[in-house]
Design a protein. Structure first.
Lengths: 110, 112
């Protein structure tokens, strides 16, 4: 399983765009990149999943370069309620084991 | 709301006791995974069930066991509880292996 590395914490202000980058140098051909958001004492919430190039949904965008060794989660115009821990995971389509790292603690200030 | 529900939401047990946690997966999801999350840490994978069979396990002792039923709901059983088992236990369901998983709200287990 590919190990992921992401910043431990980030600060931002309301209304700004936030980009969280994750590195996964050992990603395999059949691996997908998945991001989750977690608030204290709640289960992680699925944000977005992608394989290559760009994926966008109503919440975020995910940018994956051609070599797929990293990915960037982009949150447009964050608000205070976006303060949470964000996890980057590499998930194999044929696999079963999902490894969460320590995540990135995003703190949005007014 | 993810459609994944866990019960109970909170539980207090005494060291040495046994506990059963329950999870009702989202409709149509045949894969269920269980995680343990200690305070301040990321979730740790316990095991996964796919169509009623365990098909993967993390680094947890045999006293952690599980079941998946024909309706794809699931149970996590922990025997001989230890103080270190105190954590948030999370259940996640997905429509297949590798697909994005949807988590329940978790069960907060406290062992005293």
């Amino acid at each position: 399983l590919a190990k992921t590395t992401q910043p431990i914490s980030m600060d931002s202000y309301e209304g700004q765009e936030v980009n969280i980058t994750c590195s996964h140098n050992n990603i395999a051909t059949n691996d997908y990149i998945t991001w989750y958001q977690q608030f204290p004492s709640q289960g992680p919430r699925f944000i977005i999943q992608g394989y290559k190039t760009k994926v966008t949904n109503e919440v975020a965008s995910l940018f994956i370069p051609a070599d797929r060794k990293s990915s960037t989660l982009s949150l447009p115009r964050v608000s205070l309620s976006d303060t949470a821990v964000y996890y980057c995971l590499v998930v194999s389509t044929g696999g079963f084991k999902t490894i969460f790292g320590a995540g990135t603690r995003l703190f949005v200030k007014a | 709301e993810t459609g994944v529900t866990q019960s109970p939401t909170h539980l207090i047990k005494t060291r040495g006791q046994q506990v059963t946690l329950r999870c009702s997966s989202q409709s149509g999801h045949n894969t269920v995974s269980w995680y343990q999350q200690a305070l301040g840490q990321g979730p740790q994978f316990i095991f996964q069930y796919y169509r009623e069979e365990e098909n993967g396990r993390g680094n947890f002792p045999p006293r952690f066991s599980g079941l998946q039923f024909p309706n794809y709901s699931s149970e996590l059983n922990v025997n001989a509880l230890e103080l270190d088992d105190s954590a948030l236990y999370l259940c996640a369901s997905s429509p297949g292996q590798g697909a994005g998983a949807f988590f329940g709200q978790g069960t907060r287990l406290t062992v005293v």
